[in-house]
Design a protein. Structure first.
Length: 193
């Protein structure tokens, strides 16, 4: 894994939670990234930040097929029977009996508190797992470091042994040359005849 999107920035988990809460409770279930940015943080100019959050977290957010609006995945599974003006659920027959302009005021119902808690819990779990995976990704350091130190030590012993071997050979060569340079021992003559 190249890196979890939950670790892209220090505030990523809080951004995901803010987006879940906003997209899960606002009257309309889908809006443009700019409109969601305005609803989440009060600033449309932050839309590139929110686009990144939406795109990097497909476990919660999806863009429409035309790419113009984004919604919460769980909310997209609900039927379009929520009247955004009366804040009531209507029947399919009521929805079908309305004219085209009036149907634009029908959305998918907001998430319940338990559904929001479920998604926030999932986001928190994914964040915790990403942190644990990042730590677990360094497990090999505890194995490699002692092996590397032992290899360096072994290398030092081998080099030292080699150098010591050369020195022994040099000493033996010097002793041989020294013996060659010394005059041969003369035998002591016995003068006691």
């Amino acid at each position: 894994m190249a890196g979890s999107p939950y670790l892209k920035s220090d505030g990523r988990l809080s951004d995901v939670i803010s987006a879940i809460q906003t997209l899960g409770t606002y009257r309309f279930y889908r809006l443009s990234t700019e409109k969601w940015s305005e609803r989440i943080c009060g600033d449309e100019t932050e839309s590139s930040k929110w686009r990144s959050v939406f795109e990097q977290h497909p476990e919660f957010f999806r863009y429409s097929s035309d790419g113009k609006s984004v919604s919460l995945v769980l909310r997209r599974q609900k039927p379009k029977l929520f009247d955004v003006d009366s804040l009531n659920i209507i029947t399919r027959e009521e929805r079908l009996s309305r004219d085209a302009d009036s149907r634009k005021r029908i959305s998918r119902s907001p998430l319940s508190e338990s559904e929001l808690q479920l998604l926030i819990g999932l986001a928190t779990s994914f964040h915790s797992k990403a942190i644990a995976d990042k730590k677990d990704g360094r497990w090999w350091l505890h194995l490699i470091m002692p092996i590397a130190v032992a290899a360096i030590g072994l290398g030092g012993v081998v080099v030292g042994s080699y150098l010591n071997g050369e020195n022994v050979e040099k000493i033996e060569d010097l002793e041989t040359k020294e013996k060659e340079l010394q005059p041969p021992p003369t035998e002591a003559k016995n003068h006691s005849q």
